[in-house]
Design a protein around this ligand. Structure first.
Ligand SMILES: [Zn+2]
Length: 237
């Protein structure tokens, strides 16, 4: 199934997005920063509260409140200058603030590129949700003492949960449109199977996100969506 067919199948339904899959400059696993990689990242960039786009600075705090409410985790958050490689990261390290859940960092270059999409709102929300899903994964694996497992499975689980997040927003009355979001995700997939940071093929990423969106009505909280997505991608719940 090619990209056009895939998008056509799901028509007016919407979907999520996620972090880019290209080479990571900070030694990350997927878009998750661990230990020294988080330290390296923090030392190499300025973490700031403002992205420089007034509309986003005004509206993202509201999105963040919804992310916290639905995912049940409350990481610190910051924007950063990612002109060397558009990206977004999640980490359990307290690099953006004091939250015990860790930090989510969203690059302003990535953000601006997403804002060029017709349906940028869902794309930006979906990328943030993908990163919040990584924080949720860290909380769940820590709580139950479970292994992280293959990076690609965690990335696809995060794509599923981004889809779930958008479905919950959609059910709460927020219009969610497929095209910009599906394109964003599709464009971030690749076929670099041997890359340890591999996020999945374009089709796998979109399908995971669509599964989360399609089944989102069944899960009122993130733990339910987490369990379903873990079973789907084949990792311990
Ligand atoms: Zn990711």
């Amino acid at each position: 199934m090619n990209r056009r067919n895939l998008l056509a199948v799901f028509g007016a339904m919407a979907a999520a997005s996620a972090c880019p899959a290209h080479a990571q400059p900070y030694g990350a696993q997927g878009c998750r920063l661990l230990g020294t990689a988080a330290d390296s990242f923090r030392d190499s960039v300025d973490l700031v509260d403002s992205c420089g786009v007034t509309l986003i600075d005004q509206t993202f705090p509201v999105e963040r409140q919804i992310l916290v409410q639905l995912f049940g985790v409350d990481p610190s958050f910051a924007f950063f200058d990612d002109r060397d490689g558009p990206n977004a990261f999640a980490t359990t390290e307290q690099i953006a603030g004091p939250s015990a859940h860790g930090s989510v960092c969203f690059g302003t270059t990535l953000l601006r590129s997403e804002l060029n999409r017709t349906w940028w709102g869902a794309a930006v929300a979906g990328i943030a949700a993908h990163e919040w899903a990584h924080i949720k994964q860290a909380e769940r694996t820590r709580r139950f003492g479970l292994p992280w497992g293959p990076v690609v499975k965690r990335e696809l689980q995060a794509d599923y949960m981004a889809g779930w997040y958008l479905r919950r927003k959609n059910m709460a009355g927020t219009p969610v449109v497929l095209d910009g979001l599906g394109e964003s995700l599709f464009n971030k997939g690749d076929f670099d199977f041997n890359n340890p940071d591999w996020h999945g093929t374009p089709q796998l990423r979109v399908e995971a996100m669509i599964a989360g969106f399609a089944n989102g009505h069944m899960f009122w909280n993130a733990d339910g969506a987490y369990d379903a997505s873990a079973a789907l991608v084949g990792i311990p719940g």
